[in-house]
Design a protein around this ligand. Structure first.
Ligand SMILES: [Zn+2]
Length: 409
């Protein structure tokens, strides 16, 4: 049991939290010295050395070389890195936009991967075997036995049960109401844990340097995002929301889909849920498709092809596509303010295929500023988590594994 430092009133294990932050640093940047990490995280060099000593004993971190620090002639620093072979993790991501399986090592490197584009067409009861076969195929491709894997990390858009084995609701109809964790564990003989995409993007953003530059120019660059309150918004066809609190750990499996079904004032578009004017359809990719006449006003099963085409057009500076994305982004920005009225947000993070599109993200910041500006002087900075579903799933899988590895001792 870690002794809590004086003045710490957090009920969480500060030692484990700091060990996790050290691992985060090493995943983001290889070959850091102890003193560089200590400076980055605001820890004393002696505290940092203790954490590193334990991580080395656990076989998760190793000393890799020596470097000379600039400006400090004569002082040599041993640099550190994660041990790549500490473990191998199978990662599965299941969203409407993309689905697949990856194998990653403990440094976050992708060893093998496959997409499963036809997954949406498969029957409900075929899914567990399809995914288990994918893991086995990749394992044989890299010449590793599945039994040596640390576990399976499954990422879905939707709502999970408290045991993280069952998907209660999901945007892919054939995945919903599925005890996927149990089925995969039976087939592969590995630990399986389910995570929601909001959680996944929240974990992944910590390793992504680009996610630390806000898109609204007046905002400050964040130094260490792991200790801040963040609203993570995952925007693709609809809108998902996840509130990340400092020191609260990664896991907060509330229903991230609920936020998308809050009604927007003046909204008229018909949502999948049967209501008109939900935030998800007004501010998500579905609303963009409706505006461009690419989708009927009557709800039908979601096909990501149209949205993919719109995002490609926007990338080529197509005015109509950009205008539709901006309108949707503004709608999201204008509707975040009730949350700002009750929680002091250090940052708003946009993720997902639509959320990370530059014109959309800029419009979110603009809409938020226009509504919140007259009410309060400080506007939360808006960031973009510029990793796709696959990479976000892979990064979060590694972090979760490493975090569990250090928590279990
Ligand atoms: Zn709805």
């Amino acid at each position: 049991m870690q002794k809590l430092e004086l003045g710490t009133i957090s009920p969480t294990d500060t030692g484990a939290f700091n060990r996790q932050r050290v691992i985060n640093s090493l995943l983001g940047e290889a070959n850091l010295s102890r003193s560089a990490i200590a400076r980055k995280l605001g820890l004393s060099e002696s505290a940092l050395s203790r954490i590193v000593r334990d991580l080395i004993l656990d076989g998760l971190v190793c000393e890799v070389g020596e470097m000379h620090e600039t400006g400090r002639v004569g002082r040599r620093h041993v640099t550190l890195d994660l041990v790549a072979n500490a473990s191998v993790i199978a990662v599965i991501w299941l969203t409407v936009f993309s689905q697949g399986v990856s194998i990653v090592d403990a440094q976050g490197r992708r060893l093998a991967s496959m997409e499963l584009p036809k997954l949406a067409e498969r029957q409900h009861d075929e899914i567990p075997s399809l995914l288990a076969d994918g893991v086995r195929q990749l394992a044989s491709r890299i010449g590793r036995s599945v039994t040596k894997f640390a576990g399976v990390h499954v990422c879905v858009v939707g709502e999970l049960d408290a045991t993280r084995t069952t998907i209660l609701k999901c945007s892919l109809p054939n995945i919903a109401s599925q005890q996927l964790g149990v089925s995969l564990r039976e087939r592969l003989g590995l630990a399986v844990e389910l995570f929601s995409m909001g959680e996944v993007f929240n974990i992944a953003r910590m390793h992504h340097q680009a996610s630390r530059i806000p898109i609204n120019p007046e905002a400050q660059v964040v130094q260490d995002i792991s200790v801040e309150t963040a609203l993570v918004l995952n925007v693709t066809i609809g809108v998902g929301a996840h509130l990340a609190l400092p020191n609260a750990g990664f896991e907060s499996a509330v229903n991230e889909r609920m936020f998308g079904h809050v009604k927007v004032s003046g909204g008229q578009r018909l949502c999948q849920c049967g209501q008109r004017g939900c935030l998800g359809v007004e501010a998500g990719g579905e609303g963009v498709l409706i505006d461009l006449g690419l989708r009927g006003l009557e709800a039908d099963p979601i096909d990501p092809t149209g949205l993919r085409a719109v995002l490609e057009l926007a990338e080529k500076h197509n005015e109509k596509a950009i205008a539709a994305l901006k309108r949707a982004g503004r709608t999201l920005g204008e509707n975040i303010y009730p949350i700002c009225a009750v929680v002091r947000l250090d940052q708003i993070v946009l993720a997902g295929s639509v959320g990370r599109t530059p014109s959309y993200a800029a419009a979110v910041a603009e809409g938020l500023r226009d509504v919140l500006g007259p009410l309060q002087p400080s506007i939360p900075p808006v960031f973009v988590c510029d990793v796709d579903y696959q990479r976000a799933a892979e990064l979060s899988g590694v972090i979760i594994y490493l975090f569990k590895a250090i928590r279990s001792d």
